[in-house]
Design a protein around this ligand. Structure first.
Ligand SMILES: Cc1ncc(COP(=O)(O)O)c(C=O)c1O
Length: 494
């Protein structure tokens, strides 16, 4: 241990056994002493010659360390007078902002008063223990092994090797133009969406689409009708913007527009899942769609249509998107490839009213500048070569079969104790449990037995919650369904 020449506390120690060079050890030691306030602003450092002698090293590492400290502004050197800790540098007594110190060490040494200054997060802490294990009925998960991996892999590899130079540069915030054209065509035929490529923005899943929409259309404090029960991801995107998601009940024909007008007349927007409400699976009726659009037109409000799993409808043709009925450009349509292909692809899209495109583009530029082109280019070819439509057709048959097996198993194993809702479309159905049942407890115990169900009560924002279980069946292998439902039955019955 060495002492400074003026008899102050030891300022730095060197260890020759370390791989770290001596000049670096010395630099780190002096810098830490400054950051921690052991060397105070304006304090004179010992001369390099003296320090080298005290530390029993040559002058070279000492001079190198001092030069670096001067370069970075920790100390200043005055000719003829010596080297001083910069007086412009605030003393950080007790708080280490040290480069090279571990994040854990930083957190443990940050005074409590500093940590408390963090703003309160608008996002609630998540408490979803039923998601800790992976098993049949995980909501939101399609079958990924059914995607034509060979075709997809070939396209990704081809584009990775051949991507032209211009696609390695900064690109359009709206996304890869050929993919936007392919999607405009696909949405027009499959979903009756009225748009052209100019209005399509490629996003990182629908979650980013919702976040960009919230920033483009809303101000902090704006009320937004949200389906109750509903999709937490949408509420989170709104909360992050500082907007106020307000719960509006879901009736048998979709969001209760009359209740929305009565309870929250000032709302600036409505978030809806009209093709297959999440989580109840209700399909929004045509009169309800028209009521909602009429409200939006009269109020000058926006409708955010999340069409997340509409491609799959089992006993009838898919229902046209709400956007198709919008004559006033009030609907922002949000779509995703997460359900038709796989969630980790993180590709989704927005269809933006024509007069708002520039505004959305500007927001996107501020969020992540533009989407990465590799998977967009591969997806473009995947769509253009017909793989996507073939995949959807094939998967509709697979999922219809799984749904049938699930409904049969539920009727057989659970009988009258539960009511099935929302099983006509999409990739999940919901079991309504008797009033007073503890669906969270059921979900946690089911997870313990390897069955992943989501408690319906977790989808509510308000206090009045109906108990139930949301079951995703798309990723549940046909042969595992009966046993998993039996397991669930024993948990519910216990
Ligand atoms: C209602 C709803 N919207 C959107 C999504 C998809 O989100 P993303 O496209 O960000 O993967 C989900 C996924 O579960 C969902 O339930």
């Amino acid at each position: 241990m060495k002492r400074s020449p003026d008899g102050l506390a030891p300022i730095v120690t060197l260890d020759r056994r370390l791989a770290k060079p001596l000049h670096r050890q010395l630099y780190d030691g002096l810098r830490d002493a400054i950051l921690e306030g052991r060397l105070r602003p304006g304090q004179r450092l010992p001369a390099t010659r003296t320090l080298a002698r005290d530390l029993r090293v040559s002058r070279l590492p000492v001079v190198a360390a001092f030069e670096q400290l001067v370069d970075e502004g920790y100390v200043i050197s005055r000719v003829g007078a010596g080297t001083f800790v910069s007086s412009a540098f605030p003393g950080h007594r007790g708080s280490r902002i040290g480069v090279g110190s571990s994040p854990a060490a930083d957190a443990s040494t940050t005074p409590r008063s500093h940590r408390r200054r963090l703003p309160r997060s608008p996002l609630a802490t998540l408490d979803e223990p039923w998601l800790e294990r992976w098993g049949p009925f995980r909501v939101g998960q399609p079958t990924v092994d059914a995607v034509d991996a060979r075709a997809w892999g070939r396209l990704v590899a081809w584009h990775a090797r051949r991507m032209p130079e211009r696609l390695h540069a900064y690109g359009d915030p709206m996304g890869y133009r050929p993919l936007r054209e392919a999607l405009a065509h696909y949405l027009g035929t499959a979903r009756s969406v009225r748009c052209d490529a100019e209005q399509i923005m490629i996003t990182s899943g629908s979650q980013q689409g919702l976040t960009v929409t919230a920033h483009a259309l809303l101000e902090p404090g704006d009320e937004v009708w949200c389906e109750e029960p509903g999709y937490r991801g949408a509420r989170d995107a709104l909360l992050l913007r500082g907007a106020r998601p307000v719960p509006v009940p879901v009736a048998d024909d979709g969001l209760d527009v009359t209740a929305g007008i009565a309870r929250h007349p000032q709302a600036r927007a409505a978030y809806v899942t009209p093709s297959h409400q999440y989580p109840l699976g209700v399909v929004m009726s045509a009169p309800c769609r028209l009521r909602l659009l009429d409200w939006a037109r009269r109020r000058g409000a926006w409708v955010i249509e999340d069409d997340y799993d509409s491609e799959y409808r089992y006993d009838a043709q898919p229902i046209a998107a709400l956007q198709a009925l919008d004559a006033d450009q009030r609907v922002v349509y949000v779509g995703t490839l997460s359900k038709v292909l796989f969630p980790a692809l993180r590709l989704g899209y927005l269809v933006i009213p024509r007069d708002l495109v520039a505004r959305f583009r500007r927001v996107r530029d501020a969020v992540d500048i533009f989407p990465p082109p590799l998977h967009q280019a591969a997806l473009h070819d995947f769509i253009r070569n017909g793989h996507l439509t073939r995949h959807i057709r094939r998967m509709t048959a697979v999922y219809a079969e799984r749904r049938r097996a699930l409904v049969e198993a539920i009727r057989r194993e659970l009988g009258e104790s539960v009511r099935i809702v929302g099983d006509r479309a999409g990739l999940h159905l919901t079991l309504m449990l008797p009033p007073g049942a503890d669906d969270r407890d059921v979900a946690v115990r089911a997870a313990g037995r390897g069955v992943s169900v989501t408690p319906l009560s977790s989808c509510y924002a308000g206090r009045r919650r109906q108990p139930g279980l949301v079951l995703g069946y798309a990723a549940a292998p046909r042969e595992e369904i009966a046993a998993a439902v039996r397991e669930l039955g024993s948990v519910i019955g216990a």
